[in-house]
Design a protein around this ligand. Structure first.
Ligand SMILES: Cc1cc2nc3c(=O)[nH]c(=O)nc-3n(C[C@H](O)[C@H](O)[C@H](O)COP(=O)(O)O)c2cc1C
Ligand SMILES: [Zn+2]
Length: 789
């Protein structure tokens, strides 16, 4: 394996800090003296002593940075530094500080830690930047001193944990053998579980009732468990944990002091937040079998059926069909609550590796035939909510293809390059389109890939009608002229978001679906969805490399179809039977809807053409405090929810989504509070009056997005989707959430409102905010809306 070193310039990092309201360079930067800065190679400067080794390169690294470091003492502001280095441009100073900060080499402000814990303070100083939860060593020391920590367990067995935590700056630390004298105001209770199952259960029940955070630990004779950290009302409870993991057996073995130190270290991390403890719904198991020791990380989840977790009567249970989808969903998407997250969790966007992914140019299909796209007229029509969207075209006109592809998944030129027109998770443009063409005048039959980056088609291969029929489950007479196959490119998403990639690619797919809906309707087409398509077979047909799940099929839409009611079955005896055999082979597709999907009674809009709306949309993350007028807010809900319903009208999979609205900034017409959109009455129903932005902070990763006057929250009925449609229903649940978000963004642009979708959710806080169980109303996606600053 080759070792890559990733490089980004100070200028680039500095620019990112300017653009992003979540990033703040410390006002009084301080370079911890404990970190060593050593000359390295010809022009390099190597840093050792913080998390990982960092190297800065270039003339500035060797000449300017060392003298700058001397003045980064926590007392000089950026302005002071400019006075100290008058010949260096202010921007370069700022960019250099930003670079040092982004590399984890700075604390903020001066702090004078007490002499009592000098070594501890020095450690905390060097690692303060690992999480950035503590501005500096002083803040971390303070947290430790103020925390009430108790250990509950057999005195002899728990004593080494107590010993390991002593001398670490705690001033309220106690060991208990029973819950009798245990104070109820404990910040962290470490329960050392034992062979006594009844006692374990009683202790955890006590903590659950008293709403106390518990770190579970069990040191058995051979096996050891550390975690999970159980937070009542948020994480999985002890009962659910036991359903998934089995407590170790036996009394603590010989390496008890080692394991006690490990437990103590994790408790120390939870309290100090100097490291992000990976303990929320996670149990670290150190196991052994005949072959030796091994490590296993076990995820735990709130299980359907659990009363303590608020999921009484929920289906399907773990042992029932499709019961595993809930586990997989949680394993893939689980995020700790805000209290356990660090600003770093968001800032990994700025890790050198992740900036590089966003900048990568996608690779074309080498060896394919390049087909220039015909450009039609420039008009895209109106958004569907404004017009009757009449179906004016029965056959697909190749001239429309350029527009439809460019505006759904393509790019437009901007002064410094290109920008993708539709929003996408991380700006990675994971949603791509393949086309299967049949009988379109001006375009040879076959399978094509749209190479969005340069706006042309790549012809990949021929197709047979027979294969296509089988895969779509329809008869030959129903085959569309154009099949649009949505594909999620998981490769990049995975690199950046790991297991989130499945959710993000389906959200991206939902966004594209919303764009395609407008574009197809705007160009005078009706379309149908093949809800029941066999993904693997379709992937094979279009020649998609699915090895290692690099690509994922997300939907298939047919355009240019014959109207079904114009068909009379053939009447000959033999052909009649043939028809029945063919028709009964699959579920088939949803008939085309007859109704136009105009949305009535909307207030007047600033932008009324699709092209203007698409081009004007940008993700906005800084909002003024101006409230959105109530009729407009209702209009946004009508469009967002109405177009999700319009989407369902074309699908065989009917899943149930809800739209919640958090209003932080109301006006004379409506109060701040939590609302639910009622699609029957077309009204916003007030659930709770009064709402503070700090409450919204808890529901998401980015503070700036919680400072919008209005935030949309989209939840879906996981239980219904999965019990009725299995994993396909789960996929559609996510994709439909993408559609609602996209529609709300497009509608807001039309009203001169800006917004930003966010997939970075802290789902635990959605529970109390909307009084939902996070299962039948499963948090999926959010959108912040308001007027740009
Ligand atoms: C599925 C999805 C998830 C997103 N999640 C976030 C997020 O968590 N935070 C954020 O600031 N932006 C988020 N965005 C917005 C993208 O970062 C943004 O669309 C992209 O960078 C392109 O910029 P633009 O929207 O201005 O064209 C998300 C967008 C999509 C479609
Ligand atoms: Zn439970």
């Amino acid at each position: 394996m080759k070792n890559f070193s990733l490089t980004q310039s100070a200028e680039l990092i500095g620019g990112k800090f300017d653009e992003d309201p979540e990033l703040h360079i410390p006002e009084y930067p301080r370079f911890p003296q404990e970190i060593l800065a050593i000359p390295f190679g010809k022009l390099g400067l190597l840093f050792e002593g913080a998390k990982g080794t960092q190297v800065l390169n270039g003339n500035a690294a060797r000449q300017f940075v060392p003298s700058l470091l001397k003045h980064l003492n926590g007392r000089n502001s950026l302005a002071d530094l400019q006075t100290i280095f008058p010949k260096i441009p202010a921007k370069s100073i700022r960019d250099t500080v930003a670079l040092l900060y982004s590399r984890g080499l700075l604390e903020s402000g001066d702090s004078e830690p007490s002499k009592k814990h000098e070594e501890l303070a020095s450690f905390l100083g060097r690692y303060a930047d690992v999480t950035r939860i503590n501005k500096n060593r002083g803040e971390a020391l303070d947290k430790i001193a103020r925390a009430k920590v108790a250990i509950l367990g057999n005195a002899a067995q728990a004593q080494p944990i107590l010993a390991a935590l002593s001398n670490q700056g705690f001033s309220q630390l106690n060991l208990h053998e029973s819950t009798n004298n245990l104070s109820q105001k404990i910040d962290l209770l470490v329960i050392l579980a034992s062979n006594n199952k009844e006692e374990n259960q009683a202790w955890f029940n006590f903590a659950h009732e008293k709403n106390i955070r518990v770190l579970h630990a069990h040191i058995g004779h051979e096996n050891v468990q550390i975690g999970p950290l159980i937070i009542p009302g948020k994480s999985a409870c002890y009962d659910c944990f036991q359903n998934i993991c089995v407590e170790p057996e036996g009394i603590p073995g010989t390496d008890m002091s080692f394991w006690s130190a490990m437990v103590a270290l994790n408790a120390f991390h939870i309290v100090s937040m100097i490291g992000t403890p990976r303990l929320y719904n996670i149990c670290h198991q150190y196991l052994s079998d005949g072959k030796g020791r091994y490590y296993e990380e076990r995820r735990v989840v709130r299980l359907p059926g659990c009363t303590k977790c608020g999921l009484a009567d929920c289906k399907p249970k773990l042992s029932e069909p499709n019961g595993d989808i809930w586990l997989l969903h949680n394993f893939a998407n689980s995020m700790p609550p805000r209290e356990l997250m660090s600003p770093r969790d968001y800032q990994h966007h700025y890790a050198a590796a992740n900036i590089s992914i966003t900048q990568e140019i996608p690779e074309p299909y080498y060896g394919s035939e390049k087909v220039i796209l015909p450009e039609g007229d420039e008009s895209l029509g109106q958004p569907n909510w404004l017009g009757e969207s009449p179906v004016t075209k029965k056959y697909f006109d190749v001239k429309d293809l350029g527009n439809i592809l460019r505006y759904s998944v393509g790019y437009e030129p901007v002064p410094n390059g290109q920008r993708r027109i539709a929003p996408s998770g991380g700006g990675l443009g994971s949603a791509e389109l393949f086309l299967v063409v049949r009988n379109i005048k001006g375009l040879a039959d076959g399978v094509y890939h749209y190479y969005a980056f340069s706006h042309y088609l790549e012809r990949i291969k021929d197709i047979s009608n027979h294969m296509l029929q089988g895969i779509l489950g329809i008869t030959e007479r129903d085959l569309p002229q154009l099949l649009l196959v949505g594909v999620g490119s998981l490769k990049k998403l995975r690199q950046k978001y790991g297991n989130f990639a499945f959710r993000f690619s389906n959200l991206d797919a939902g966004v594209t679906r919303s764009y395609l809906h407008h574009l197809l309707r705007g160009h005078g087409y009706e379309y149908t969805e093949y809800s029941d398509v066999r993904d693997k077979a379709l992937a094979e047909l279009i020649g998609l490399p699915t090895m290692g799940n690099r690509y994922l099929i997300t939907y298939a839409l047919g355009i240019g179809l014959r109207k079904q009611d114009a068909y009379l079955p053939r009447t000959g005896v033999m052909s009649c039977m043939d028809s029945l055999v063919e028709l009964s082979a699959k579920l088939g597709s949803q008939p085309l809807p007859d109704k136009a999907d105009k949305i009535p009674n909307l207030p007047p809009q600033k932008l009324t053409s699709l092209k203007e709306i698409f081009r004007a949309r940008r993700s906005e993350r800084n909002f003024s405090s101006k409230a959105i007028p109530l009729p407009i807010l209702k209009g946004l809900c009508q469009i967002a929810y109405g177009n999700y319903q319009n989407r369902l009208a074309r699908s065989l999979i009917k899943i149930e989504l809800k739209l919640w609205v958090g209003v932080v900034q109301g006006n004379d017409d409506y109060v701040d509070g939590v609302y639910a959109w009622n699609p029957q009455t077309q009204n916003l129903e007030l659930k709770t009056a009064g709402l503070k932005p700090e409450t919204l902070d808890e529901t998401m990763l980015q503070k700036s997005l919680a400072r919008a006057p209005v935030v949309f929250y989209i939840t879906g009925n996981f239980e219904q989707a999965v019990t009725q449609y299995g994993a396909r229903g789960y996929r559609d649940l996510i994709s439909c959430a993408g559609t609602i978000a996209s529609e709300s963004l497009l509608a807001s642009v039309a009203y001169g409102i800006a917004g930003c979708p966010w997939g970075g959710l802290a789902e635990d806080a959605w529970g109390p905010l909307f009084n939902i169980d996070r299962y039948r109303d499963c948090p999926l996606f959010g959108v912040s809306l308001g007027y740009a600053l």
